[in-house]
Design a protein around this ligand. Sequence first.
Ligand code: UT7
Length: 324
Amino acid sequence: MTRRAVIRGVGHYLPERVVPNSWFESIVDTSDEWIRTRTGIERRHFAAEGETTSQLATRAARAALEDAGMEVGDIDAIVLATTTPDLTFPATATMVQRALGMTRGFAFDVQAVCAGFIFALTNANALILSGQVERVLVIGAETFSRLLDMNDRATCVLFGDGAGAVVLEARALSGTNADRGILAADLHSDGRDREMLYVDGGPSTTGTTGVVKMLGNQLFRKAVERLTETAHRALGKAGLSDNDVDWIIPHQANIRIIQGTAKRMGVPMERVIVTVQDHGNTSAASIPLAMSVAHRQGKLRQGDLIVTEAIGGGLSWGALVLRW
Ligand code: UT7
């Protein structure tokens, strides 16, 4: 028998305020038409004033626990991916721990920007495989709107706020790639590409939060190439190929990146979960949000093979292969 980390529940939360593309037309020189055709985004959610990442994360975590039929006392650890923590410290995960009333175990944040959920899930999987925990809440949560320069049309129209969460649970399974759960992971970073996507502030440099800076066009080309490569590497590690894929759940940055990656993998768009039109790019929250929406729509069936992939600031990127 082999220990596997199986997804037992998934949930999400989106702030109430929906911001349509037209809202930006009065702020910067842009149009709904440009945003739709270049990115696939139609609207995004922005957190209300005073609404924090930990609050969004807590609501997503509660939804995932309910979906799993579990209580917070069943959870041994929280791993939370975010680029927009409530405070510089402590970890936002500990604030979620407190809000949930969880008084044991441990909680920490993971920072890999838009690839954060892939890195968090890989870490949580390792905690389970090493026998340290039985059940982990893995959360991706962002109030990315707080990092936007509303005068920069090249970035302000792209991002949104939200949170998604999954409950991972240890299971003893056969050890073949027919098992449910996480079958393989593939992670990468290359710090030489920092200028492509970064925030120009921080506690040890400017002492300010900073705003997003992006060389979108250059990043676009790298993204399709690297996402396809990492998805193939993860599938290869699991002893599987493109033909075995039931669903791609991609990071939701741009519909053209999603389509380009799916095309290179030979997976038709009917087998790709797309939420970018409704959420924009929610960074670390985008994959669990898309997973939760797909689950609510009844698309994901037990036994389906899922490839999930993301790239973001760092650059950092990676993919996971899992069976639902
Ligand atoms: O989540 C992390 C990963 N993120 C990504 O992977 C994002 C990757 N990049 C992208 O998604 C795309 O590159 C963007 C959506 C950011 C930009 O699309 P693009 O097709 O690469 O456009 P571009 O940057 O080449 O810009 C084309 C034109 C430029 O005008 P000129 O120089 O041709 O006159 C831009 O100034 O579009 C202009 N432009 C805009 N026009 C209207 C840039 N932003 C806007 C805007 N509205 N919001």
